[in-house]
Design a protein. Structure first.
Length: 202
């Protein structure tokens, strides 16, 4: 779901920056309070992990590509707010140094994959896992369903964020959401992924 520059209008991209900032502020405050000797290395490891797996792209039908994100896994291991930081840092570095996602769209990409995905995945995981033991099979199932729920929400956000700009695109509104959601599930199942649309040609 790395959104490139030109996919969203400046107004929509700016609104998503504003939407992401409060979550970043809460995450920094929560992690700073809970930070211990193990937290910092794990935060760095999961930032590197999410960065690495997002660099492996798999072509899927419809002109899109898919890749893993790892936001829900980070949320389960580190906690949801630490996952917000680790995933957002990886997304920002990718945009700045590798051109993977637009600079103007950093707020949108971080909101979709760095905020909504890990928080939604963690909530679903906790609801299903409940108070089951750490080694229980139920937790494995909960993690898979949580990851699937997180990427589904993230993909739908990408499709709906583009709706105000559909008059400038070659894709109809219905196809925007189908492309953002459907191919992710077929390509990666329960793994978080991304969609990159082809630029419109006039």
């Amino acid at each position: 779901m790395h959104i490139p520059d030109g996919y969203l209008s400046p107004a929509t991209a700016g609104a998503l920056y504003v939407a992401a900032v409060p979550f970043w502020a809460i995450a920094v405050r929560r992690v700073r309070v809970a930070m211990g000797g193990r937290t910092v290395p794990l935060l760095a490891i999961f930032s590197a992990f999410t960065f690495a797996i997002m660099m492996f792209n798999v072509p899927v039908p419809g002109g899109t590509t898919a890749h893993g994100v790892g936001g829900t896994l980070a949320a389960i291991v580190l906690g949801p707010w630490a996952a917000v930081i680790s995933t957002s840092v990886a997304l920002i570095l990718q945009a700045l140094f590798f051109g993977d996602g637009g600079i103007v769209a950093i707020g949108a990409n971080c909101f979709n994959m760095g905020v909504a995905l890990p928080l939604a995945g963690w909530v679903v995981y906790r609801l299903i896992a409940g108070r089951s033991p750490g080694h229980a099979q139920r937790r494995v199932v909960a993690a898979a369903i949580g990851a699937y729920a997180g990427i589904t929400l993230s993909a739908l956000l990408v499709g709906t964020e583009h709706l105000p700009e559909t008059e400038m695109s070659t894709f109809p509104e219905e196809m925007q959401i189908v492309v953002a959601g459907g191919h992710h599930h077929r390509a990666y199942g329960a793994s978080p992924c991304r969609v990159r649309p082809r630029p419109a040609r006039f």
